[in-house]
Design a protein around this ligand. Structure first.
Ligand code: HEM
Ligand SMILES: *[C@@H]1O[C@H](CO)[C@@H](O)[C@H](O)[C@H]1NC(C)=O
Length: 186
């Protein structure tokens, strides 16, 4: 079976990869995660992050909803979570768990509660797509759907209502999937 290349749906789709990824809502991050396992120059990595950020402007809303409902594009909730702990963890302790040492756990804090995301090195490990959130409280960036390092900070007081919703949805996403190992203390 053949059709005219210039008018086929295939051409339309492949000429606008970011749009497709946004519409499908899956493939772009999957490709991103997979490709970060091969060696990239810093410039290539920067380009990838920029592409993700641009696409996320459109995808953020859908992803927030997906996070809230636990929709099928996201990993399933955990069934074996431990009771939450409230051990004090300083910001500088937390910074050691940023994925740079593969022998250590990886932690991410949201609104001061520290989640153990060690099970997902392909997302949060060094050089991976979501490493920007590792070893810190990055509440503001999660609320903004931002992968920019300057947004990966604890103070989320600047978020507006919809960004607060997004942050709350991520919080609930993490609560369902990762053990809480402590709370950030000054
Ligand atoms: C084109 C834009 C994006 C797409 C298509 C996308 C897609 C996805 C997909 C499919 C997953 C699920 C992966 C899995 O469960 O294994 C995921 C996870 C996630 N995404 Fe994105 N993403 C995008 C951008 C962003 C941005 C800008 C942020 C910043 C807040 C973000 C934050 C996250 C987080 C925190 C997870 C949870 C990872 C986990 O712990 O399982 N994503 N994303
Ligand atoms: C919140 O801020 C974002 C980013 O500036 C904007 O797109 C969105 O419309 C704002 N939402 C509300 C409810 O103000």
């Amino acid at each position: 079976m053949s059709s005219s290349p210039s008018s086929s749906w295939y051409d339309t789709l492949t000429s606008t990869p970011v749009l497709i990824a946004t519409a499908v809502g899956v493939s772009f991050a999957a490709i991103f995660a997979a490709s970060s396992s091969s060696s990239k120059t810093p410039q290539q990595v920067k380009e990838q992050v920029k592409e993700i950020k641009n696409a996320a402007v459109n995808a953020g809303d859908a992803k927030g909803k997906a996070a809230q409902t636990g929709a099928s594009i996201m990993s399933a909730p955990a069934t074996d979570l431990a009771p939450p702990k409230d051990d004090p963890i300083s910001a500088s302790d937390l910074a050691q768990y940023d994925g740079s040492d593969p022998s250590k756990p990886i932690y991410i804090a949201i609104k001061g509660r520290v989640f153990d995301v060690t099970a997902k090195p392909e997302m949060y490990g060094q050089g991976r797509g979501y490493n920007v959130f590792a070893g810190k409280d990055a509440s503001k960036g999660l609320g903004m759907s931002s992968l920019d390092i300057k947004d990966a900070v604890p103070d989320y007081s600047s978020l507006n209502e919809s960004q607060m919703n997004t942050l709350n949805q991520w919080e609930s996403f993490f609560e369902k999937r990762y053990n809480i190992v402590g709370k950030v203390v000054p």
